[in-house]
Structures are given as C-alpha cells and as structure tokens.
Design a protein around this ligand. Structure first.
Ligand code: AP5
Ligand code: MG
Length: 215
C-alpha cells in the first residue's frame, strides 16, 4: 500500500502517520524529519537545507525529489509519504518515479484543519530528538515537563514553530501545497478527514479510510 498524507503545518500528519504505519506495516517517510536529521548531523545536505527549514520556506524541488527517490528506492514494501509532495512539480516527479518503478498511489489522505488553530497547536509542540516522540502541552503533555516519557530524553521545540514562522509556513502551504488537493481529487483516490478532532478520533477516522481502501 502506498499512501500520501496531505495537510497544512500542524494538521497532525506526523501523529497519524505513526498510527497508520504501525497498523498497516508501512514505512513512514517524512521529508521534514529527514531534513531535521541531516541538519542535526550538520551533513552537507543538512547545511544546504537548514536555512530554508528554519525560515519556513520550501527546500528547492530538485533537492527534495532526489532525496525522496533515493529513500523510496531503499524501502522494501509499502510506504506513507508525510510532507511530500508539497508542490505541483513534486507531485509530477512522484508520478514519474512511480511510472518508472511500476507502482501507483493507493490513497491520498488529507487532514483538514482550520489554519488559525494550528498556531496554538504548534506553540505547544515539544519533541524528543533522541527517539522522535512528539508531545503537546494541550493535547498530549509529557508526564514530566521537558522530559520524554518514552526514553527520558530532553524535549525540544522546533525552531520553525515560532508564531511568525508558522504563519509563513501556512502562507507557503496556501500558495503551493493546497492546490495539490485538486490535482489528486481529479485522479479519484483522494479522501479527506477532519483533523480538528481529538488525536484519537482522527486516528479512528484515518484507520477506517485506509481499512476501506485495503479491503
Ligand atoms: P514538516 O516537518 O513536514 O512540517 P509541516 O508540514 O509544517 O508539518 P508539521 O510537522 O509541523 O505538522 P504535522 O502535520 O506533522 O503535525 P504533528 O503530527 O507533528 O516540514 C518542515 C520543513 O521542511 C518545511 O517547512 C520545509 O522547509 C521543509 N520541507 C519538508 N518537506 C518538504 C518538501 N516536500 N518540499 C520542500 N520543503 C520541504 O502535530 C502537531 C502538534 O499537534 C503535535 O504537538 C501533536 O502532538 C499535536 N496534535 C496532533 N494531532 C492533534 C489533534 N488531533 N488534536 C490536538 N493536538 C494534536
Ligand atoms: Mg510533521
């Protein structure tokens, strides 16, 4: 099964990607997580993309497409893409990649979210760089402030989660990524779920959609 998860910043893509990948045995490919890992290592790729990510701007298409193709080449089974594609050019590059690799997207699942609500959501996000666990002061607080429940690591806030940068990310999303819904809708494998519900209710809804496609 190959799934593309769409949604604005803070819509809950990473949260629901984990649920779906665990349940359906898929590999979670998050371009944002891949970039942040490279930035933490200060690798040549990390240095190249760091400024874009920190400022909430999109990394150039050619860099992202090359990274995703290399990542998917190494995935043995089904996958779920989180944060890619984000532009029409990336969507077309993914289609081309799938044609040459003999595959197709089974489902494009969009998490609909009122954009004003994500500013508050992202201000409350704390993540563990050691194990990748993500918390939220409102909806999923850690048991001890600043400490990861899972591995005891020190929780950090993302540099691009300041209000000004979140607003820029939302503008970039409106301009370049929202049009992808129409692109995929016309292909007939597009479904939308209300991402403004509780994390558990969103998880139930996305699982039901994927169950339906899987059947
Ligand atoms: P990326 O890391 O993909 O960021 P994003 O798309 O802005 O989305 P987020 O990760 O902020 O939100 P999410 O939807 O995953 O929400 P989450 O589940 O964490 O990209 C970062 C940057 O990398 C980009 O700005 C760009 O620079 C670059 N980049 C990446 N891909 C690229 C591409 N393809 N092309 C070019 N550049 C690219 O949830 C958010 C918070 O809310 C958490 O605290 C969570 O616990 C909480 N939460 C989740 N669900 C709920 C709920 N239902 N109710 C209440 N709280 C909830
Ligand atoms: Mg994410």
């Amino acid at each position: 099964m190959r799934i593309v998860l769409l949604g604005c910043p803070g819509a809950g893509k990473g949260t629901q990607a984990k649920v779906l990948c665990a349940r359906f045995g898929l590999t979670h490919v998050s371009t944002g997580d891949l970039f942040r890992t490279e930035m933490a290592k200060a690798s040549p790729l990390g240095k190249r993309v760091g400024d874009y990510v920190k400022k909430g701007m999109l990394v150039p298409d050619d860099v992202v497409v090359e990274l995703v193709a290399a990542t998917l080449d190494a995935v043995p089974g089904g996958w779920l893409l989180d944060g890619f594609p984000r532009t029409l050019a990336q969507a077309q590059a993914l289609d081309k990649y799938l044609v040459s690799n003999g595959g197709k997207i089974d489902l494009v699942l969009s998490l609909a979210m009122r954009e004003e609500a994500v500013v508050a959501r992202l201000a409350g996000r704390w993540s563990c760089p050691a194990c990748g666990e993500v918390f939220n002061l409102q909806s999923r607080p850690p048991q001890q402030a600043g400490v990861c429940d899972k591995c005891g690591g020190k929780l950090l806030q993302r540099e691009d989660d300041t209000e000004a940068t979140v607003r820029r990310r939302l503008m970039v999303y409106e301009d370049l990524t929202r049009p992808l819904a129409a692109y995929y809708r016309s292909e007939g494998n597009f479904q939308e779920v209300d991402g403004g519900q509780s994390p558990e209710d969103v998880a139930r809804a996305v699982t039901a959609v994927v169950d339906g496609v899987h059947a």
